[in-house]
Design a protein around this ligand. Structure first.
Ligand SMILES: [Cu+2]
Length: 153
């Protein structure tokens, strides 16, 4: 009973104070608040973008000038990270992991994408959980040396 009696007066004072502050510089105060929250949102957006970049690797199939290559030829990634092969130029391409050149116990067929990519931008995303070196090639262009490596740490 005593406590609620002491709390009541302070609670009734607060709305009065706020109203007094707002009555003079309303526009300015709102402008600052909006600017701040927009800035914070922009910061948050760029933070999440950079986080996404840090957790994904992209390998182009065909270099930008139409060369028969995976770009980059060697990709370093972390276990469990998204690794995306993106069809770029000079397709059709595919991604065949070499059973003799993947870490022991890894099923090379299961991580390969033998179906051909025929359209620009077609993407194959996989995750590799076992550390080590994974070598792959493009079957149609193996003779031309279209091959690459992923090193998982
Ligand atoms: Cu190819």
């Amino acid at each position: 009973m005593m406590m609620s009696a002491t709390v009541m007066p302070t609670m009734s004072v607060r709305p009065v104070r706020r109203a007094a502050v707002r009555s003079t510089p309303v526009a300015k105060a709102d402008g600052v608040a909006k600017g701040l929250s927009l800035g914070m949102m922009a910061g948050l957006a760029s933070f999440t973008l950079s986080m996404a970049d840090a957790n994904a690797a992209t390998i182009k199939m065909g270099d930008d000038s139409g060369g028969l290559a995976f770009v980059p030829a060697v990709t370093n990634a972390k276990a469990g990270e998204d690794i995306s092969f993106v069809n770029n130029k000079a397709f059709p391409h595919n991604v065949v992991f070499d059973g003799d050149n993947v870490p022991g116990g890894v099923d090379a067929d299961a991580i390969s994408h033998e179906a051909l990519f025929n359209g620009p931008g077609e993407t194959y995303t996989l995750k590799l959980s076992k550390p080590g070196t994974y070598e792959f090639y493009c079957a149609p262009h193996q003779g031309a040396g279209m091959q690459g490596k992923i090193v998982i740490s």
